[in-house]
Design a protein around this ligand. Structure first.
Ligand code: SAM
Length: 286
């Protein structure tokens, strides 16, 4: 039975191992059982599922995931946590702990080793690398059915907003191309040890079978999106024509914008995903 998930048991484990929290790894451990219940419920895990947990910490959420899932693969970068995880997860025979950096792990291989079924990702993510992790998960095209994650509140907002808002950017477009974002719950800083300086949000990203827009070349669409938001204060035409990897001249970009009925001074933050897909396809033709 899960033993962690509150201040007392977490403090006991930390004290027993003399564990020092490392800020550089974004270590804020969950100490609130009701939030853990909500995350596990939102992730909708069954015995058929293989779950990838990023950053298990001392194993608080891992214990609960192991109770619901067929298998759990937990990837933890901090080797000081491995002996702790060996103890807190000793009762579960369906958990594999990998002492690795999630950004360097071959997730395709994990999927292949576990029968090729799409993974469910569940994580209380280290805030310092939230965006690279999410982008890497989706862009790797690894089979995933859902991603249920705790992120900084502002990052969750960026994932679900549309054009015309100041939070809208490359992350919003990447997430909305691949998945349907839904806020599960807000989480106050007091639910963590140590207490972070920001509030958090649990968000579920359910992978679309087919992206909501069609594009001829997905890699190019993402290159266009990145270039459009690289220089936020500049116009879209500037960003795109300055991006070496797109090979589009300023004139070509302006011609395409005109064909699309857009001003040559338009900014990336006003375009919808559909418009980015059209822009990317038209730039391919030039
Ligand atoms: N899941 C635990 C919980 O909810 O209490 C811990 C969450 S804590 C916010 C983030 C965890 O991710 C830490 O255990 C940290 O060591 C780990 N971590 C940080 N960077 C990582 C990386 N690049 N790869 C794998 N784990 C990482």
């Amino acid at each position: 039975m899960a033993t962690l998930g509150n201040r007392k048991s977490t403090s006991e484990v930390i004290a027993k191992y003399g564990f020092d929290f490392r800020k550089k790894f974004g270590q804020n451990f969950l100490i609130d059982n009701s939030i853990l219940d909500k995350i596990v419920e939102a992730a909708d895990i069954t015995r058929e599922d293989c779950v990838l947990e990023i950053g298990p910490g001392i194993g608080t959420m891992t214990q609960r995931l192991a109770e619901e899932a067929g298998e759990v693969i937990a990837v933890e970068i901090d080797r000081n946590l491995i002996p702790i995880l060996d103890e807190t997860l000793a009762d579960y025979d369906n958990v594999t702990i990998l002492n690795e950096d999630i950004l360097k792990v071959d997730i395709h291989e994990i999927v292949a080793q576990h029968g090729g079924k799409p993974l469910k990702v569940v994580a209380n993510l280290p805030y310092y690398i939230t965006t690279p992790i999410i982008m890497a998960l989706f862009e790797s095209r690894v089979p995933l059915s859902s991603v249920t994650i705790m992120v900084q509140k502002e990052v969750a907002d960026r994932m679900r907003v549309g054009p015309g808002t100041k939070e809208y950017g490359a992350l919003s477009l990447a997430v909305q191309y691949y998945a349907k974002p839904e806020i599960i719950t807000r989480v106050p800083a007091s639910c963590f040890m140590p207490k972070p300086n920001v509030d958090s949000t649990v968000i579920r990203l359910t992978r679309y079978e087919e992206p909501p827009v069609k594009t001829r070349d997905e890699a190019r669409l993402f290159a266009v999106i990145r270039a459009s938001f690289n220089q936020r204060r500049k116009t879209l035409a500037n960003g795109l024509s300055n991006a070496g990897n797109l090979g589009a001249s300023r004139q070509q970009v302006e011609d395409v914008l005109e064909q699309m009925g857009l001003s040559r001074t338009v900014r990336g933050e006003t375009l919808t995903l559909e418009q980015f897909a059209e822009l990317s396809d038209r730039l391919c033709e030039t």
